[in-house]
Design a protein around this ligand. Structure first.
Ligand SMILES: Nc1ncnc2c1ncn2[C@@H]1O[C@H](COP(=O)(O)OP(=O)(O)OP(=O)(O)O)[C@@H](O)[C@H]1O
Ligand SMILES: [Mg+2]
Length: 374
């Protein structure tokens, strides 16, 4: 039997817990011509939500073409254009009428097109002689989508990546083009909260106030436990075991999924607390060599700070005299510098509340491992 707890990717609604409200909001934005920014910490389920929404659109035969563009690996505007072209080709295969038209348009830009020997998917390589050719091509791709009979939904995943491109004007350029495309709804998705928020809420930035923000939070505990029980059935899940699963993985989707996946592998007749604990131990043992690598990438003081925050689960006043003394973390100035550095490296997660900020170890398994090991 297939393990029902996916630790990567999206299959179908059967393996997807809740997110009903968020899916509704995304659909409503699409239906009302509103672009969306989708922001959350890593591994909470942004990409899953996009695929889930696109799945619903297909299942319910809603009149939209959906295109998913993952720009995580792109390093320049040229890569961006290549990835966009390939994603369009993936949605409209060459043998369809639209795909055929798109291929004709694409060939006008004289790219080299090859086919991946494994997936069979086309790969596009452009060579631009001058910058204006890039802009011309990008505009051409958007204009093609915009001219389709059926409305297009275009999702850019890891959108913050555009701020790392060497070309200076990408944000302004994209804003100018996307604003003109009335037949396309855009979804901009990203996990680097500070970069994404600045991009969309800073008055001086091109994308200022152009979208509605959808912040993804943790899945509701009751809904998640109902989902977990359903997937383990006919095996029962003891109440203390369920509490431990949700608490230990902090309801952080990827970690909850991975833990349940591990428990399911053991094929228990009843999911008891001791089985859950065994699965936790198994996960930490497997991961420990990766975690030890991290030790070599940061300073001693940073490592100590990481352990201290892991032990406290979540810390608000990292520079308070009491906290510094308890874990021998040195001066407040140093602690603040280390805090910034660890947050920048995504080893710490900064959570901003109404009146305060708090910090926790970003990777929940690393947090549990530090807590137990030191
Ligand atoms: N609603 C859900 N129900 C069950 N599993 C989910 C759900 N959402 C996400 N997952 C699972 O959790 C993991 C992380 O989800 P996903 O990749 O969508 O997160 P993400 O926010 O896009 O992360 P990143 O910022 O790293 O790209 C995946 O393995 C996915 O299968
Ligand atoms: Mg993602």
């Amino acid at each position: 039997m297939q393990n029902p707890f996916l630790a990567k990717g999206y299959l179908s609604p059967k393996f997807f817990c809740d997110r009903e409200k968020e899916t509704e909001m995304l659909l409503s934005n699409i239906q009302n011509g509103i672009d969306t920014t989708l922001i959350s910490p890593r591994k909470l389920g942004k990409t899953g939500l996009i695929h889930h929404t696109f799945y619903k659109i297909a299942e319910e035969k809603l009149p939209y073409n959906t295109i998913y563009v993952d720009i995580f690996a792109t390093l320049s505007l040229k890569d961006f254009i290549k990835t966009l072209a390939e994603s369009i080709l993936a949605e409209f295969p060459e043998k369809t009428t639209i795909g055929n038209k798109f291929m004709t348009l694409l060939k006008g830009y004289r790219p080299v097109i090859t086919y991946d020997p494994v997936s069979g998917l086309p790969q596009v390589e452009f060579s631009f002689a001058i910058p204006s050719e890039k802009e011309y091509t990008l505009k051409g791709l958007f204009a093609f989508l915009n001219s389709q009979k059926q409305h297009v939904v275009l999702a850019f995943d890891e959108f913050q990546q555009i701020t790392a491109y060497p070309e200076k004007n990408v944000e302004a350029l994209l804003r100018t083009y996307t604003q003109q495309m009335h037949n396309i709804s855009f979804i901009y998705c990203g996990s680097k909260k500070s970069i994404m928020t600045q991009m969309f809420t800073d008055v001086a930035r091109p994308f200022y106030s152009s979208t509605r923000q959808l912040s993804l939070d943790k899945i509701d505990a009751e809904k998640y436990s109902a989902f977990i029980r359903e997937k383990f059935a006919p095996a029962q899940v003891d109440d203390d075991a369920m509490n431990y699963i949700l608490e230990w993985s902090r309801l952080h989707t990827f970690y909850t999924q991975s833990l349940c996946n591990e428990i399911f592998k053991m094929k228990p007749k009843v999911v008891t607390l001791s089985i859950v604990r065994m699965a936790c131990r198994e996960i930490l043992e497997t991961e420990s060599s990766n975690f030890m690598q991290i030790r070599n990438l940061i300073t001693d003081q940073q490592w100590l700070l990481l352990i201290a925050i892991a032990k406290e689960q979540s810390v608000q006043s990292v520079t308070s005299a009491q906290f510094l003394a308890k874990y021998q973390l040195g001066s407040a100035t140093n602690a603040r510098r280390n805090l910034e550095s660890l947050t920048e490296k995504e080893l710490l997660l900064e959570t901003i509340g109404l009146n305060d900020k708090s910090y926790s170890v970003y990777n929940v398994f690393l947090s549990r491992w530090l807590e137990e090991t030191y």
